[in-house]
Design a protein around this ligand. Sequence first.
Ligand SMILES: [Zn+2]
Length: 204
Amino acid sequence: MPEPASEIHARVLAAAADGRLPAPEVVGWDIFPWEVVDGALAPKTLAAPGPAAPREGEEGGTPCHVCAGVPSERIVWEDEDWILTHHGEPSGLPMVLTLWSREHLDAGDFDDDQASTFGRICNRLVRIVQGLDGIGRVHVNRWGDGSAHFHVWFFARPDGFEQIKGSFAVEWDAILPPVEEATWRADLHAVATKLANWGGHARA
Ligand SMILES: [Zn+2]
């Protein structure tokens, strides 16, 4: 069962007595849009437009790691058409999952049957994860700027924190100290088992 908000807050205070956690790696990324100018936070200047860098799994990009084979230890649940993965270790939010099509397709390329199945799995998964105690909401995100192989992210944010909302929940995933591994694995197992009640195979 995910931690209640009071336990998450206690872990934050144990990691940083004043509650101010270290800045995550993302602040150093080129795409991070903010910087400090004259002591105040300001948007970075927008660089001139240029050609798009190839994504993983498309011409000119690096080979698709999903088509090469997802490591079995990362698989939470799978069936013949879909693979649900985690990222190998817990992060700040209670649970972050990624659903991949088994076939190398991009968003918008599904036929109606594939689109229908995708919608049903999304609906079940959100209901299952949101049904765990301590989860406030599951945010479903598709970006696709890194990998050309279709994937959607599910960010489960904790209940009880008014700051951890909307797209900023993704930032808190990198800021908060990681969830205890045993808690995280137990929650993955619960989600995988419930999803497998509808079909496919639980692997976590
Ligand atoms: Zn692929």
